[in-house]
Each structure stands twice: as C-alpha cells, then as structure tokens.
Design a protein around this ligand. Structure first.
Ligand code: SF4
Length: 330
C-alpha cells in the first residue's frame, strides 16, 4: 500500500471501506446459478481520515451514489466491510445501527425534494435532534438557532416553510439538518449540482468552513471536476462499479494514469480562451453493469486498448505516492 494509505491506517482512519460490493438481483430464476445481478458497486476500497475529504468522480451510472448509500447502510451490503470508527457497519442492524446513525449522514443533490414541504424550517432541522436526544429539551431551541446561524440562516426563518426559500438557502437548511446531529462523516451526493454557479461557491465555502470547525470527514460525490479539485484531499475515479484510479488530489490532476481519468480531465473547460483544449472523446455509452465487458471494463471505450485488455482484468495497483490505478499500461 502507498505512503498516504499507510499513514491513514496508522492514524486509524475514521472510515475504511474494504472490497465493498452492492449487487441488485435483476431476475428471480429458481436456480441460484441462473440468477442475474446488476453489479452497481463491485469491490471498492479506500480510507478516509477525520477532517479530510475524498472526492468521488465518474459518469452517471458508475455506481458513486449507490456506493454512498451503501456505506451509510441506506441499502443492504452484498459483501465487504465498512469500518466506521472501528465498527463494521456492514454487520449492524436494527437498534444498534439506528443509534449510530446520527454520526454518519448524507446530503442529497436536490434541495427541493429533500425537505418536507409541510414542516417549518426549525422543525425540519430539529426533528432528528429530538428523536436522537442530541441536546436536553430545555436547550433545544437555542441549539437549533445556533446551528442555523452556523449555516448562514437567520433565526427568524425558524417558522418559515421550505417553499419560501431559494435553492441555495434550501441547501443550507439541508446542511443545518445534518450538522445538528453532530455527525463525524457526511456523504455529499452532488450537493451543488442543482445550484447556480455563484451559489455553488458559497455552499462549497460553507462545507469547508464547517469541516474546519467540526473536524468533519466528507465523501464528496460529484461529476464536476473543478468542484472536486477545490474541496478534496484525495480523489477516487469510478467506472462501472469499480474504483479505477485513486490518488492525492494534486497528483491525480497533474499526473492522471488511467485513460478514463485522462478523458474526464480533458473535458474540464479552461477559463483562458487562448489555451488549446486537447479533448479526448470517449466512444459510446457506459456499458450496462448487468452485463459488464470481459477483461478491463473500460476496454470498449478506451483509445489505448490492447489485446490483453480484452481478456484480463487489470489489478488495482499501488504505483507509489498514494497513487493507485487499475490499468495494464500504468
Ligand atoms: Fe485501457 Fe487497457 Fe488500461 Fe483498460 S487496461 S484502461 S483498456 S489501456
């Protein structure tokens, strides 16, 4: 394993995901051997320290959201370990899992549909605080006011309803709702994709500010590489349910080794019109995870594909400096 991953292990990472798999049954054949599965997440591993951010990038359908939901046990795990503060979440159920839930939370992409239209903002933020008895009853209102202020919300919004707010303010309400539970880990699933660019910057800065003050760890899922570059410490690139490249942010953006990462980076728009873009265009669509190609899963779209790629699946290898890549040519 690389230096950075070793370091993370020595410091006891807050989250350690080992060979995580999430398959969905797509035909209920009587015989087990005839059953077919959609391999949404197919053996993903990484570690995350407290106070750090891992950015996860990849096209729609690559399994990044399913991975996030599986880590938080919003869906059952097919195989693998999710070590959170030393406890394997993959094995927990019922009350034991419920008691730990405030510590790992998720922020969703769409701030319009993730808030109940029937509850005022104060109740939305405080509902789970009451359920999990995060603060004594007598301190409840002051606590919610405090969380609202930390998230840039005025306290008189307490009695207002979500439809009275803009997209950016709604996302602040979602963030406050999560922060009120005093989590250690937050999985942010495309949290700024539905917002205007100017609001995106405000929300990203809020994420960074809250991270510094509360030592939060983020798994930041996005298809926007500029946002990921701004907020992450390490970046993982997913393709068809697998992590194909993982590296410290600077290393990944300076020295991408997987042809898929190269293609993603080549598509990032340049602010300088004089800089010529050498865009790599990928052929075709992402194949179905129900029927992934043999060998390297990326070979049907790779411009560097060789005969060996069509037959043998590349290992996810350490190439030094915390850089891992799954490609025969790396
Ligand atoms: Fe391309 Fe072959 Fe590398 Fe896969 S293993 S990414 S097909 S070069």
């Amino acid at each position: 394993m690389s230096d950075s991953v070793d370091t993370a292990i020595n410091k006891e990472p807050l989250l350690k995901v080992e060979n995580l798999k999430k398959y969905f049954l797509i035909n209920k054949a009587f015989k087990k051997e005839n059953r077919k599965y959609l391999r949404a997440v197919d053996g993903v591993s990484f570690s995350l320290e407290a106070g750090k951010t891992i950015g996860i990038v990849g096209e729609s359908g690559c399994g990044k959201t399913t991975m996030g939901r599986t880590i938080l046990r919003l869906t059952d795990v097919t195989d693998g370990k999710i070590l959170f503060d030393g406890v394997d979440l993959a094995k927990l159920k019922g009350e034991t899992l419920r008691k730990l839930r405030p510590q790992f939370q998720m922020i969703f992409q769409d701030p319009y549909s993730s808030l109940s239209p029937r509850l005022p903002v104060g109740e939305i933020i405080g509902e789970a605080v009451k359920v999990h008895k995060i603060v004594p009853k007598e301190d409840y209102k002051d606590y919610i006011y405090d969380v609202m202020q930390k998230c840039g919300l005025q306290t008189h919004y307490f009695e207002r309803y979500p439809h009275e707010f803009s997209g950016g303010q709604r996302q602040r309400i979602c963030i406050a709702k999560v922060l009120a539970l005093k989590p250690k880990l937050v999985i942010c699933d495309e949290p700024v994709s539905a917002l205007d660019v100017s609001i995106q910057a405000q929300i990203i800065n809020l994420f960074k500010d809250l991270q510094e003050k509360n030592n939060l760890a983020y798994v930041f899922i996005s298809h926007d590489l500029s946002v990921v570059e701004h907020i992450s410490d390490d970046v993982g690139v997913m393709y068809l349910g697998n992590m194909v490249e993982f590296a410290p942010k600077r290393e990944l953006f300076k020295n991408p080794m997987h042809p898929y990462t190269e293609a993603l980076l080549s598509a990032v728009p340049m602010p300088d019109p004089n800089v010529k873009m050498n865009r790599i265009t990928l052929k075709g669509d992402i194949p179905s995870p129900a029927n992934p190609p043999k060998g390297c899963k990326f070979h049907t779209r790779c411009n560097k594909c060789t005969d060996v790629c069509k037959e043998s699946e590349p290992e996810f290898r350490d190439v030094g400096g915390g850089h891992f890549v799954a490609c025969h040519l790396a």
